[in-house]
Write a protein that binds this ligand. Structure first.
Ligand code: IPE
Ligand code: IPE
Ligand code: MG
Length: 235
């Protein structure tokens, strides 16, 4: 990266296009997810090198359970494999947080998620968010329920509900909002990703499929981000 480039603080990445990548090669969709998981690892390392404060990868949405059982099972198996061996959470300084409703998971996968979060909680490096069974609407409703419960118990007053206190009940509590949302694969939509948090984010859509995504593509996206004039409602 060139010297005079502003690196975003927090990038949100919608890892999309795995299925189409596989289809183009007459391979089963899960081969696309496998290649996508390898790219996820490499891009995570690159985000560390670039010095980001946080990066959020959208890995599985609350709507993705609709997919054929074989595909969902394959994806869950991949998560497990990656969390166990390939993802070297012992050596890196990333604080790993799983965004999403964990109540859908159980057994070995849930244990791994909790163990990784606990082991990395005090890390001082980049925050690595992995959105698993994540949906923004679900997240916002969950925050409403938590706040209502506090109000009901007399631990919070209605006047204390504001943007800041509300944000503290989202899965991304205590984190900077994403300044940049990136979606490869050619689709131009958010698909229920970080709706609240991306209120002032810049959006970049790219025509490359996620399994083909390279460090150079991320450089290009950051250059595009640098061309944007962010006004935050001012002049
Ligand atoms: C993204 O790739 C991965 C997940 C949603 C789990 P897709 O599987 O959505 O790939 P396409 O969009 O069908 O190509
Ligand atoms: C969004 O991709 C979810 C993830 C990348 C995990 P989808 O492929 O599920 O989104 P749609 O169906 O194209 O909106
Ligand atoms: Mg898709």
């Amino acid at each position: 990266m060139e010297n005079n480039i502003t690196i975003p603080k927090h990038i949100g990445i919608i890892m999309d296009g795995n299925g189409r990548w596989a289809k183009k090669r007459f391979l089963p969709r899960n081969m696309g997810h496998k290649k996508g998981a390898e790219v996820f690892q490499d891009i995570t390392r690159y985000c560390n090198e670039l010095g980001l404060e946080a990066v959020t990868f959208y890995a599985f949405s609350t709507e993705n359970w609709k997919r054929p059982q074989e595909e969902v099972e394959g994806i869950m198996k991949l998560f497990k494999e990656y969390l166990i061996k390939a993802f070297d959470y012992e050596k890196e300084n990333n604080k790993i947080v799983f965004l999403g409703d964990k109540s859908a998971f159980s057994g070995e996968l849930l244990d791994l998620m909790l163990e990784i979060e606990e082991k990395t909680a005090d890390r001082t490096g980049m925050i690595l968010n992995i959105a698993l069974n994540y949906g923004s609407r679900n997240e916002i409703i969950n925050a409403c329920k938590e706040i209502s419960q506090l109000v009901k118990e007399g631990k919070m007053s209605i006047d204390d509900i504001n943007e800041e206190s509300f944000s503290n009940h989202l899965y991304t509590k205590n984190q900077p909002d994403p300044d940049f949302i990136l979606r490869p694969s050619g689709e131009k939509r958010l698909s229920n990703f970080l709706l609240w948090q991306s209120a002032y984010a810049e959006f970049v859509y790219m025509d490359v499929l996620w399994p083909d995504f390279t460090r150079k593509n991320l450089d290009e996206a950051i250059l595009e981000f640098n061309k944007r004039n962010r006004r935050f409602g001012g002049v």
